[in-house]
Design a protein around this ligand. Structure first.
Ligand code: LMR
Ligand code: SF4
Length: 513
């Protein structure tokens, strides 16, 4: 019975972590929502984010389609069999994947093959420790790829853009942390949380940074200097004006936790783990006798329940300014759009992310893409009992990874719009101008919100790349996004990057002696 109970406990932990955002994280998001000015793109994004959290609660479905690299941290009393816990984790992971609570996310690094069940070399990550207490503590974090790609490690001393020299002292550490928030821009689905590790070697430094993400958002650091630095960062990183999704705005950072360990004389690392707003981490205390859950962690304080429905008044006000796009779209219609416009899409869109872009750069498209829309998205899909595909979660992925291919592919196939998040670079911007195309920024992490806009799955191509990477043909209604790069050479991402760099430079002067 112990093993069956243990499996159930771990399964419940996985499902709750993927679908139900912790209370401390909800409070931080609610606070950001209250501080954002009404009518701005950031306020609109936060409204979608909170609605998405409410929808995930209601549907018991993934908050974000990227259920990340599941990482378990486990503490066991001396006599507990750790191999049994590992076996229970593997079985629960497989079941959670089969039930659409996790996206199949484990990919062979050499062949690109998706294992389909979230198991494979190095996945999930499981770390054990022993302790003297009489219960098992199991912590789980589901950290997505977009924010993981924005982690950064500094080796001091270092020259930092906007901030100048960062030396081997508390002030140098301060500069690194501010810089880490700047360099992430909106790409890690800001507003984000950061865990910082000072010291260690390169791997221990990142481990320490990630360990900080297991602290409660509302706790206070035991080390007074670091408690002060955490407050300083929270106050000042929010002056960078990056805002939700990098649209500009008041809140860029939702939490900052800093840990320290010794180093060796020659090395001085500051490692930063960036986590998106979809900060999914929970923990349980489990009985070593029965395998049952004794207690859930991170449950202090009030729980904010966000509504799963849009506010009707807000909707009506927003609808007045929304431009409707229906694919196939003409070049003329695209050239009329400008940065800042809010669009809603009705009709077809086709998913394409890393594998598809690489494929299309040397192969023909499986369908006619002329005038069509590409959506940078790797959804969670499940087959229902009649054999039809159902979309379980479908938010955008970080677009910048497609920068080497995007412009050429748009021109070659006549694609008029791409939807993603975080923006793209100079090469794509130039192609948009030459060819007549737009980049549409969707709200990162809003996987339930967008899944709801998808009315049917009309087909799928290139399934050999696995579920997240295949080309899904989706029929959508009222799919909202913001034009952040237009056909006139304008890019909101470029503008925010420049203005935030200027703001970053205000923090150049020494603060700590
Ligand atoms: O893989 C994804 O679906 C999204 C990823 O987490 C990202 O932020 O780009
Ligand atoms: S899409 Fe955004 S919210 Fe989802 S895992 Fe990636 S960074 Fe996080």
């Amino acid at each position: 019975m112990y093993f069956e109970n243990l499996k159930k406990s771990i399964y419940d932990l996985i499902v709750e972590t993927s679908t139900n955002l912790p209370k401390d994280v909800r409070r931080a998001i609610a606070k950001a929502t209250a501080s954002e000015n009404a009518g701005t793109r950031s306020a609109m994004s936060l409204a979608t984010i909170t609605q998405n959290i409410g929808m995930a609660d209601k549907e018991v479905s993934p908050i974000c389609q990227d259920t990340g690299l599941p990482t378990f941290k486990i503490k066991t009393p001396i006599a507990v069999n750790q191999l049994e816990i590992k076996a229970a984790i593997y079985e629960s992971m497989e079941l959670a994947t089969k039930n659409g609570k996790l996206r199949p996310n484990s990919v062979d690094s050499l062949t690109g093959e998706n294992s389909g069940n979230n198991l494979g070399a190095g996945t999930p990550v499981i770390k054990f420790e022993q302790w003297e207490k009489d219960y098992i503590d199991i912590r789980l974090i589901l950290k997505g790829g977009g924010c993981e790609n924005k982690n950064i490690q500094y080796s001091l001393p270092s020259e930092l853009e906007g901030l100048g020299r960062a030396g081997r002292d508390l002030d140098g550490i301060r500069k690194c942390i501010l810089h880490s928030v700047y360099q992430a821009q909106g790409q890690g689905c800001s507003a984000g949380f950061i865990g910082v590790g000072i010291g260690g070697d390169r791997s221990a430094g990142y481990d320490l940074a990630k360990e900080q993400l297991f602290r409660s958002v509302d706790d206070t650091n035991d080390i007074p200097e670091l408690a002060d630095l955490e407050d300083y960062i929270m106050e000042n990183a929010n002056k960078l004006g990056i805002g939700t999704m990098g649209f500009g705005g008041e809140t860029t950072l939702l939490g900052c936790k800093i840990g320290v360990m010794n180093r060796i004389p020659a090395s001085f690392f500051v490692s930063v783990a960036y986590n998106c707003w979809a900060f999914r981490r929970l923990a349980i205390s489990v009985s070593p006798n029965t395998g049952e859950i004794k207690e859930w962690q991170y449950q202090e304080g009030d729980k904010i329940n966000f509504k799963a429905e849009a506010d009707e008044q807000d909707e009506a006000a927003a609808a007045e300014e929304v431009i409707t796009l229906q694919a196939p779209i003409t070049e003329e219609a695209i050239r009329q759009l400008k940065v800042g416009d809010v669009v809603q899409i009705n009709g077809m869109m086709y998913t394409g992310r890393d594998a598809i872009h690489k494929y299309l750069s040397t192969n023909d498209a499986p369908i006619d893409l002329n005038g069509q829309i590409i959506y940078h998205c790797g959804p969670v899909m499940l087959k229902d009992k009649d054999g039809n595909w159902q979309v379980k979660a479908a938010g955008p992925t970080t677009s910048i990874r497609e920068e080497p291919y995007q412009g050429d592919i748009m021109k070659r196939f006549g694609i008029r719009a791409v939807i993603g998040k975080g923006g793209m670079g100079a090469k794509t911007l130039k192609a948009l101008e030459e060819h007549g195309g737009v980049y549409l920024n969707a709200i990162g992490g809003a996987a339930q919100y967008y899944a709801d806009c998808i009315k049917s799955v009309e087909g799928v191509d290139l399934m050999q790349f696995g579920i997240p990477e295949a080309m899904w043909h989706l029929k959508v209604e009222g799919f909202k996004a913001v034009v952040t790069m237009d056909a006139h050479g304008n890019s909101l991402h470029k503008d925010i990057e420049m203005s935030s760099l200027e703001k970053l430079a205000q923090f150049k002067d020494r603060v700590y002696k």
